[in-house]
Write a protein that binds this ligand. Structure first.
Ligand code: FES
Ligand code: FES
Length: 476
C-alpha cells in the first residue's frame, strides 16, 4: 500500500469585496477556484481556463487580472474585487445601472467580467471614447454581438462622476494587514491539483532556495505556468518559486547607453513607461500587440523570454537590437547575448539554480527598428510569423544600411537571426530591387514547419512578403 503524502498548504489572508478572508490551501490553487468553489462567489465565471476569454476577470489591488491565471499565494495581503462587490447594500453601482438601462447585460455570462474590465478602464481617467473602450474590453470575449450595447453603457457611465478601482463594498477594506476584523470566511482546502508555492523575500533568498531545491519552478505573472498546470502539461508535484514580489526585478532605467528592463517588467509597464517611449518606443509597440489588458498587466518580459517559445513576442525585437540577458546564480551574475540565449527548442541559457534578472538593450545612435507580427488577428494572437528588422544609417554612409539585423519568430524551433538575409541587406540603400533580393533570400533561408496555426508555405511566403514591405517602406 502506498502512503498518500500530505498536501502542504499555506494560510493566505486577503480581502474579498472589502471583507477579510482566510484560506488554507496550496499556494498554487487558482484564485478562480478560491472565489467560485471555496467562497461561493459564482459571479466570476470560468470560460476557457487559460487566459483567453476574460470571463474570470477580477480586480486585484485595482488591477484587472484573469483569476484563472493567479495563484492564491499572490493574493496574500491584497484586495480582490469581484462583481458581487460592486453594488452597495443592494444599490447598483453606476456601471451596473448603465449596463441594465442600455441593454449591456446581453447573455449574462460575460457581463460580470465586462463590468470589472470597464471599472478598471474608467478608473484610469482616460476619455471613454469608443476605440478606448473597445481596447479596454478586448480581453473579454463576447460572441453574441453584444459589444455595441456594452460600449454604449461604458461610455454612459464614463460620462458620470469619476470611478475608483474599488467597488462600493471594497471601500470598506482597510487596505492594510493585519486587518483587525475577524475573517468573514475561513476555508481549508487540500487541493492536490495545485502545487506548493515558495515565496522568497529577496533575490538573494530566491537564489538560496533554488540552490537548496533545484526542482523549484519560477513563476511570475503566471500567464504560462498557470495555463500549463491547468492543461496538465506541468505537474502539480513540482513546487513553484514565486518571484512576483521581488522588487529588485521590477525596474526600467537607462544606464551607460543601455535600456535596462527588470525581468518582471510587464507588457503594461513597457506600454506606459516614458523611459521606454523615449529610449526605444518599438518595445512599447511590441508590448501593445501581446494579449489584452489582463495579460498585459501580468505577462512579463522575463517570463516571455524564459518560456523560450519560438513564437515569443519579445524575442525578435530583442535579437534585432542585440539585447543582453543578465542572469544571476550562486556564483554571481553573468551576461548572455540574445543570439546565444535560446540554444534549442524550449531551452534557454539559464542554468539550474539561476534566474533571469534583467534584459539590457544597447541604445545605439542612428538605429532604426521595425517590427511586424502576422497572426490570425491584429493583436492578441500567437504569431504565425514575426519579424524585427534593425539597421543603422550614418550621414557619412549616404543612407546605406549597416549593422543590419533580421530576427524572426515562429519559423524555426527557436527565435532566430536570418544572417544570410542580413548579408544581402548589409551595405545597400533600400530600393525595390533590394527589397526583392531580401525577400528571396529569407524565403531560401528559413525552414518553417506546418502546425495548428499555419503551414510552412504560408509562413515562408508571409515572412518574405512582410520583409519586402518593410524594406520598401523604408525606401519611401
Ligand atoms: Fe477564460 Fe480565465 S476563464 S480567461
Ligand atoms: Fe455574453 Fe456577448 S455578452 S456573449
Amino acid at each position: 500500500m502506498t502512503a498518500t503524502l500530505p498536501v502542504i498548504t499555506d494560510t493566505i489572508r486577503f480581502h474579498v469585496n472589502g471583507q477579510p478572508v482566510e484560506v488554507d490551501a496550496p499556494g498554487g490553487r487558482r484564485l478562480l477556484d478560491v472565489l467560485r468553489v471555496d467562497l461561493g462567489l459564482t459571479g466570476t465565471k470560468e470560460g476557457c481556463g487559460e487566459g483567453e476569454c476574460g470571463a474570470c476577470s477580477v480586480l486585484l489591488d485595482g488591477v484587472l487580472v484573469n483569476a484563472c491565471l493567479v495563484p492564491l499565494a499572490q493574493v496574500d495581503g491584497r484586495d480582490v474585487l469581484t462583481v458581487e462587490g460592486l453594488a452597495d447594500d443592494g444599490r447598483l453601482d453606476p456601471l451596473q445601472q448603465a449596463f441594465l438601462e442600455l441593454g449591456g447585460t446581453q447573455c449574462g455570462f460575460c457581463a460580470p467580467a465586462m463590468l470589472l474590465a470597464a471599472r478598471a478602464f474608467l478608473a484610469t481617467g482616460h476619455a471613454a471614447t469608443e476605440p478606448a473602450i473597445r481596447e479596454a474590453i478586448a480581453g473579454n470575449l463576447c460572441r453574441c454581438t453584444g459589444y455595441t450595447k456594452i460600449v454604449e453603457a461604458i461610455a454612459a457611465a464614463g460620462a458620470g462622476p469619476p470611478t475608483v478601482a474599488g467597488g462600493a463594498a471594497a471601500s470598506a477594506a482597510t487596505g492594510a494587514w493585519p486587518d483587525p476584523r475577524p475573517p468573514a470566511a475561513v476555508i481549508d482546502v487540500a487541493d492536490r491539483a495545485a502545487p506548493r508555492v515558495v515565496r522568497p523575500s529577496s533575490l538573494y533568498d530566491a537564489l538560496a532556495r533554488l540552490a537548496a531545491d533545484p526542482a523549484l519552478r519560477p513563476i511570475a505573472g503566471g500567464t504560462d505556468v498557470m495555463v500549463e498546470l491547468a492543461a496538465g502539461v506541468a505537474s502539480p508535484s513540482r513546487p513553484l518559486l514565486d518571484v512576483w514580489d521581488l522588487d529588485e526585478l521590477r525596474l526600467i532605467d537607462v544606464e551607460h547607453d543601455e535600456l535596462i528592463l527588470g525581468a518582471l517588467t510587464t507588457y503594461g509597464d513597457l506600454r506606459r513607461s516614458a523611459v521606454v517611449h523615449g529610449a526605444l518606443p518599438v518595445l512599447a509597440e511590441v508590448a501593445a500587440s501581446v494579449g489584452a489588458a489582463q495579460i498585459q498587466n501580468r505577462g512579463t518580459i522575463g517570463g516571455n523570454c524564459m518560456t523560450a517559445s519560438p513564437a515569443a513576442d519579445m524575442a525578435p525585437v530583442l535579437l534585432a537590437t542585440d539585447a543582453r540577458f543578465e542572469i544571476a546564480g550562486p556564483h554571481g551574475t553573468r551576461i548572455v547575448p540574445a543570439d546565444a540565449f535560446w540554444p534549442g527548442y524550449r531551452r534557454t541559457a539559464v542554468g539550474p539554480g539561476e534566474l533571469l534578472v534583467a534584459v539590457r538593450v544597447p541604445l545605439v545612435p542612428g538605429r532604426h527598428v521595425r517590427v511586424r507580427k502576422v497572426g490570425t488577428r491584429r493583436a492578441q494572437s500567437i504569431a504565425k510569423t514575426s519579424i524585427a528588422l534593425a539597421w543603422r544609417t550614418a550621414p557619412e554612409r549616404h543612407g546605406a544600411w549597416h549593422d543590419v539585423r533580421v530576427a524572426l519568430g515562429s519559423v524555426a524551433p527557436t527565435p532566430i537571426r536570418a544572417r544570410r538575409t542580413e548579408a544581402v541587406l548589409e551595405g545597400t540603400t533600400p530600393a525595390p530591387d533590394v527589397a526583392d533580393r531580401a525577400a528571396h533570400a529569407v524565403r531560401d533561408e528559413i525552414s518553417p514547419i506546418d502546425d495548428v496555426r499555419s503551414t510552412a508555405t504560408y509562413r515562408r511566403e508571409a515572412t518574405a512578403r512582410v520583409l519586402r514591405r518593410i524594406v520598401l517602406d523604408a525606401a519611401g
